[in-house]
Design a protein around this ligand. Structure first.
Ligand SMILES: Cc1cc2nc3c(=O)[nH]c(=O)nc-3n(C[C@H](O)[C@H](O)[C@H](O)COP(=O)(O)OP(=O)(O)OC[C@H]3O[C@@H](n4cnc5c(N)ncnc54)[C@H](O)[C@@H]3O)c2cc1C
Length: 400
């Protein structure tokens, strides 16, 4: 793995940096965090601008509307956009960072042509319907059932913690297509249109006061069989591809955002006198080193995945077999585990620097601190990441 830019990457970085310097000042102010329709419009608008300027789907295949560049250019993109303070991916998170990549890796040509270009053009939002009230960490115990009826599945059940469901057009949905099969073998991965009859979305309020996620109730929803990605009952393998992207690369840019926020925090500490506190300065230094190391870990994970090495190892460990080029391996769990904890430490530090101001709900660091509490739960809890590291990387036996 090269850590320094090649001449081609350096040119790409310079060109992107110039574009960001010109474009970011032209953007309208970000909407209120509680205004989800406003946030959807804003996030899609930013994605559209990226697409029009040629910065969407840099590492997606050309037949999916992407530019077919390598993972190195994608990482340059993530790093430069975050360091420049560009808008967060927001409502486009699931589509761009794990549903889209799953369709690119596992979908048919027709599915790629239908679903991927609208994600890149900033036209459609996806959400993730994996978790159920009794199936979170133990995802394979999911019960939402899909019964085949001609050329459709009739789906009934419920999902929970579905981020962005309120404003989504599509849902990557896990359903049980064979209730008799061993539980990992009877699952299928479907793309469900959120406006299908029988879909009810009930938003849930978070600690930060916004409706980040929702409950989904599915009452005999008809989903065309053609919306199934992967073979019937092979959804567990497809799910692992989705989760590999979610843990391996979806949070990567946020590690860079933490580096930027840490610099803001150091400046604030200098202004308000906290900088004189040796212990606090040491915490800032330790976190700066950690976020730097986490970014290197992302680069390593991505370069391994590009070579197909980790992907191949994890696919065979799951009995999937075959070389899965471009799909991150279990190394993503190391990143997810430590990133989510370090991010929480960052905002604890922010609360110490802000003092009484950290009680103001409207302060960006306070909002981030409240939201950051969920990071050790979302996309698989820290305990589950530790299990994955123990079993799939260290090769330790599974507990009884
Ligand atoms: C902000 C946020 C956004 C989310 N967005 C989505 C989304 O868009 N779509 C979606 O489908 N889901 C989403 N989730 C759900 C998330 O994936 C689950 O909350 C998570 O997987 C944990 O499942 P659970 O809540 O059912 O907890 P449980 O699985 O009930 O776990 C409870 C506790 O037991 C521990 N535990 C459970 N099993 C084990 C084990 N085998 N070994 C050790 N410890 C264990 C867990 O680590 C945890 O501490 C989101 C969650 C959050 C917080």
């Amino acid at each position: 793995m090269r850590l320094a830019d090649t001449p081609r990457q350096a040119d790409f970085r310079a060109e992107l940096r110039a574009w960001l310097a010109k474009t970011l000042p032209e953007l309208p102010p970000a909407p209120d965090p509680a205004d989800w329709p406003g946030r959807r419009a804003y996030d899609l608008g930013w994605q559209r601008r990226l697409f029009e300027a040629g910065y969407a789907g840099l590492n997606w295949p050309r037949d999916s509307g992407g530019r077919g560049l390598g993972p190195a250019e994608h990482l340059v993109f993530l790093e430069e956009t975050e360091l420049a303070g560009a808008p967060y991916v927001g409502a486009c998170f699931v589509g761009l960072l794990h549903a889209g990549p799953t369709v690119a890796a596992e979908g048919t040509a027709g599915q790629r042509a239908r679903w991927l270009p609208p994600i890149l053009r900033g036209e459609e939002v996806w959400c993730q319907g994996f978790s159920e009230p009794d199936a979170g960490s133990d995802l394979a115990s999911l019960r939402t059932r899909a019964v085949r009826d001609g050329d459709a599945y009739v789906v009934s059940g419920s999902k929970i913690w579905t981020s962005h469901a309120e404003v989504a057009d599509w849902c990557e949905l896990l359903v049980r297509t064979d209730p008799e099969a061993p539980r990992h073998r009877g699952i299928s991965w479907l793309a469900m249109p959120m406006d299908a009859p029988g879909v009810t979305v009930r938003p849930l309020a978070t600690l930060a006061g916004t409706t980040e996620f929702a409950e989904l109730f599915l009452d005999e929803v008809r989903i065309p069989v053609g919306n199934r990605v992967g073979a019937e009952n092979d959804g567990w393998r497809v799910t692992n591809v989705t989760l590999s992207f979610e843990r391996g690369t979806a949070f990567a840019s946020e590690a860079v955002a933490c580096r930027r926020e840490l610099r803001q925090l150091a400046a604030l500490a200098r202004e308000n006198g906290c900088w004189e506190d040796d212990a606090l300065r040491r915490r800032i230094g330790a976190l700066a080193a950690e976020f730097g190391a986490l970014w290197r870990l992302v680069q390593w994970n991505v370069s391994q995945a590009a070579a197909g090495e980790e992907g191949a190892r994890s696919a065979s460990a799951k009995g999937g077999g075959g070389r899965r080029e471009g799909v991150p391996g279990p190394g993503g769990s190391v990143f997810k585990l430590r990133f989510s904890e370090a991010r929480q430490e960052l905002y604890e530090l922010a609360a110490d620097v802000l003092g009484d101001d950290s009680l103001l709900l409207g302060h960006p660091f306070t909002a981030a601190r409240l939201q950051g509490l969920s990071y050790t739960i979302a996309a698989g809890t820290s305990q589950i990441q530790r299990n994955i590291v123990a079993q799939r990387i260290l090769g330790l036996p599974k507990g009884g």
